[in-house]
Design a binder for this molecule. Structure first.
Ligand code: KMH
Ligand code: ZN
Length: 275
């Protein structure tokens, strides 16, 4: 098996300091959480940004400041800025981080319920995001919250509407209203991806750890972080994203998977080497 790529989704758009006081809002807090996750073994940081008061934003300049500050501390880390933002944001707002030419960005693969909200990703929106990523040479991470999202993006790839092989999928399972986080749902999805693709699993809430274990033993990759889950175990809040990543590293060691560095992750994902 390839080495395990760990992604830390350190911030998200919905989780707040009321859920866990270590959720980062300011630039300094973002750098602190990115460093702790990286030092624990994360090769990738999935980046959302906030105003200092915690309000989610997709402002290009806020992304620039946060990503530059992380880059200064972690020269080799892979950053995946979000183009999902928060529910209710417009496609134009959400696309702003792609103007910074990141090496990767998320591309959400369909509309779905998202708790009490609707996360809207219409076909025209997804085509516009795919076009931007082709033009700006950005490798998408295809976020699939629902089984149908995978078919949607595979059809788009066939038509050349989004970047093609090698594709990287993130199966985000367990969002309330979307596909549940079960091993059989994950196995179904993994069985449908084209040969040569790579995949990550994200379990939301208490499914974070069963999905992490499944990702490790099935040969995929794992995302954890405050965006998805703030608990280290039942009733025990994590002190940092680093603690969440450390737990994945412990599970991986017990199960015999080595951890990929960012440069090893680039090679596994079929990306150009870092300049
Ligand atoms: N905040 C969610 C509504 C992404 O980063 O691309 C969407 C999300 C997906 O987090
Ligand atoms: Zn996200």
């Amino acid at each position: 098996m390839e080495k395990l790529i760990i992604t830390a989704a350190i911030c998200g758009a919905e989780v707040t300091k009321a859920n866990n006081p270590a959720v980062p809002y300011t630039v300094e807090e973002m750098v602190r959480e990115a460093k702790l996750a990286y030092e624990a073994g994360a090769a990738i940081i999935h980046v959302h940004v906030r105003e200092d008061d915690g309000t989610p934003t997709q402002d290009r300049e806020r992304f620039r400041v946060v990503m530059d500050a992380i880059r200064k501390e972690l020269p080799d880390v892979i950053m995946i800025p979000s183009t999902g933002g928060a529910t209710g944001m417009t496609p134009e707002e959400r696309l702003q981080p792609t103007e910074l030419f990141p090496e990767m960005a998320t591309l959400d693969c369909g509309t779905c319920n998202f708790g009490d909200e609707v996360f809207e990703n219409t076909m025209p929106t997804m085509r516009a995001f795919g076009k931007r990523m082709i033009e700006n040479h950005i490798k998408p991470e295809y976020e699939c919250f629902e089984i149908g999202h995978l078919d949607t993006v595979l059809n788009m790839a066939k038509k050349g509407e989004v970047p093609g092989a090698p594709m990287q999928f993130n199966f985000v399972l367990g969002v309330p209203g979307c596909t549940p986080a079960t091993v059989d749902n994950l196995a179904f999805l993994v069985g449908k991806i084209p040969a040569g693709s790579t995949w990550t699993v994200t379990g939301v809430g208490r499914s974070a750890w069963t999905m992490a274990a499944a990702g490790i033993i099935m040969g995929g990759n794992v995302r954890v972080g405050f965006e998805d889950n703030v608990y280290l175990g039942k009733g025990h809040k994590a002190a940092s994203n680093g603690e969440l990543v450390e737990k994945v590293v412990r599970l991986a060691k017990e199960l015999g998977r080595e951890i990929a560095t960012p440069d090893e992750a680039r090679a596994i994902l079929g990306m150009p080497a870092r300049k």
